[in-house]
Design a protein around this ligand. Structure first.
Ligand code: F0G
Length: 424
């Protein structure tokens, strides 16, 4: 993997603590204060000025670790020595412009970053390649996660690739069939645990020490490292010009934490012309973070019964809320909570210009429109909306919300139906 990576240590992410932890202990929480752990780098603008050229030059290389849109940025990742990364060629996803959606939302420009183009169809692959590489490096034979679906699809694939066994805990009846099918296809053990993600996650944390399970949820600091590369790629694809807003959906808030960490490090490197504002959107029925932020409260009150058809973000007690809060403070960020109808409308709008995504992803775009209408986002804004998951992740949702999937009408023949449709 080369030796040019920057020095980094695993430390407590809580600003008042900063205790140092041993990476090989595979801990996710600080021994002294219970805060989440993260990697801290010694970054110097001068020493790293050639990284941007280096990263770009790897686009033309044939080596697997160069072809990965995550490992291409390995100078800003923890050191893996000679251990080959477990990669499926993640990253390198497209950024289609969405002019019609920009007009619909009322902003000057809306570009999507489609992370649904990753190997298992969601942004989770960016973090999973790093977390599973770590499990392999540490010789941990069984990896596990609690999931609303995408984390499990991704973990299952990368575990299979690494030759590790994987266990998924999901809330009963609350995960899309397509996502479960992926985990099953890749050979995970799938267990139903509780009614909500939060209950499944608690069950996993209770079981993990007893069974020696290596956790790959977003409390795992390696996940955050991989996911932050989305920000590097977006900035690179934009010629290192920051947008006004980065809009994303919020569930467990790992992605908000990861993108914020990426922005912080880019700022330290001196490569940010300005700090984009992060806009986190949650579904109204599962919006504890939004409520905390908007009310000015300093502690998050969990939502006991989170409810939304965007099942990916049906989470009532986000594990990463503290660091997500710091990201909003750092970026002068915003939050929104959108209704089920607003999510469905945003999804239809994106689809009308050929951009498919899953409902949770569309929520981010619904949030842009809502805050524009409320006057909190200027019309002149340039927005990059992170589309977190692929359209085919939740086809049941499409069947339930789309008029054209109603099936053949029993009362009229094909000719009549076609003629009627053409006359509209
Ligand atoms: N969008 C999609 C498609 C997701 O699958 C998730 C989270 C999110 C947004 C929210 O990201 O949790 O980092 O705030 N899915 C997790 C899972 C929880 O288990 O697949 P977050």
């Amino acid at each position: 993997m080369g030796s040019s990576v920057s020095a980094c240590r695993l430390v407590c992410a809580e600003p008042g603590c900063k205790a140092v932890a041993d990476r090989d202990s595979a801990l996710t929480r600080c021994d002294s204060c219970g805060g989440l752990l993260e990697f801290a780098y010694e970054l110097e603008a001068t020493a790293s000025s050639r990284w941007r050229e280096l990263w770009r030059s790897r686009l033309g290389s044939a080596a697997p670790s160069d072809r990965s849109g995550v490992w291409r940025f390995r100078e800003l990742l923890p050191e893996f020595g000679e251990a080959p990364p477990i990669t499926l060629g993640e990253g390198g996803t497209p950024m289609p412009e969405a002019p019609s959606t920009a007009a619909w939302a009322g902003v000057a420009r809306l570009t999507t970053k489609h992370l649904g183009g990753n190997p298992t169809g969601s942004f989770k692959d960016l973090g999973m390649t790093v977390a599973i590489s770590e499990a392999a490096r540490l010789g941990r034979p069984v990896v596990a996660c609690a999931s609303t679906g995408n984390t499990s699809s991704s973990m299952a694939a990368y575990a299979a690739r690494a030759g590790l066994r994987s266990v998924v805990l999901v809330p009963k009846g609350a995960v899309s069939r397509a996502k479960l099918a992926q985990a099953a296809d890749f050979g995970s053990l799938i267990l139903e645990a509780g009614e909500t993600f939060d209950q499944a996650f608690q069950a996993l944390r209770d079981l993990a020490p007893e069974f020696g399970l290596y956790l790959v949820n977003s409390i795992n600091p390696l996940r955050i490292e991989g996911q932050k590369t989305a920000v590097l790629e977006i900035l690179e694809q934009r010629g290192w010009r920051a947008p006004d807003f980065l809009a994303l959906p919020g569930g467990n808030l790992g992605n908000c934490s990861a993108l914020g960490k990426g922005l912080r490090e880019l700022r330290e490197l001196g490569w940010l012309d300005r700090m984009p504002r992060i806009l986190v959107t949650q579904a109204k029925g599962a919006s504890p973070f939004h409520q905390m932020w908007r009310s000015g409260a300093t502690e998050l009150t969990p939502e006991e019964k989170p409810a939304t058809r965007a099942t990916a973000i049906r989470i009532g007690s986000p594990a990463n809320w503290r660091r997500a809060r710091r990201v909003l403070e750092m970026t002068n960020g915003l939050t929104a909570a959108v209704s089920e109808e607003e999510i469905a409308e945003a999804k239809r709008q994106l689809a009308s210009e050929g951009i498919g995504c899953e409902p949770a992803s569309a929520a981010a775009v619904a949030g842009v429109r809502q805050l524009r209408q409320a006057g909190e986002i200027p019309t002149s804004s340039e927005v990059v909306a992170i589309l977190t998951g692929n359209q085919l992740k939740d086809t049941d949702y499409i069947a339930e919300t789309s008029r054209t999937l109603d099936g053949p009408s029993p009362t009229s023949d094909v000719r009549t139906q076609l003629a009627r449709w053409l006359s509209h």
